[in-house]
Design a protein. Structure first.
Length: 155
């Protein structure tokens, strides 16, 4: 298969993309490199090497990773043939950093109702492609009102 057939990706670039998707999914499932490594019987350093693309992931190991990360093995390759390099690189950089930051900050919110309201707002925005901004703003206002109320109750 030449570069044109594979969407212009080299094997090394695909290793990097798969590694980034492993990292993103690991973080979204709330696992540390240690935990994932223990579940697979490898060191956290090996997980780091997979995530950076420094070491290739064998087919068998990819299957086990998919199982532990609760996705199908094909998930690691989804969309590679449909997009160009720039699209995948932009998506990896922007979405993974933002997703990590969002997950970390959301996890720090103690009030379950506030977390649920934020999740609803995000879902509304994602489902509407910006057309449901009014609903999202309402969800934000409800969240802010609830947060303000919770703050007054603690005072």
């Amino acid at each position: 298969m030449d570069d044109e057939e594979s969407g212009g990706f080299t094997a090394s670039e695909i290793d990097t993309i798969v590694g980034e998707r492993i990292r993103r999914r690991r973080i979204l499932t709330g696992q540390t490199q240690d935990q994932l490594g223990d579940a697979l019987g490898v060191s956290y350093q090996q997980i780091q090497k997979y995530e950076t693309g420094a070491n290739r992931v064998s087919a068998g190991r990819l299957y086990l990773l998919a199982e532990k990360l609760e996705v199908a093995p094909a998930w690691f390759f989804d969309g590679l043939g449909e997009t160009g390099k720039d699209d995948v690189e932009d998506e990896m950089v922007s979405s993974s950093r933002l997703a990590i930051e969002c997950v970390r900050n959301l996890a720090r919110i103690k009030d379950e109702k506030v977390r649920a309201a934020i999740a609803t707002m995000i879902r509304t925005l994602a489902d509407s492609d910006g057309e449901g901004a009014g609903e999202a703003m309402l969800a934000t206002q409800l969240t802010n009102g609830h947060a303000a109320q919770a703050g007054r109750e603690k005072s």
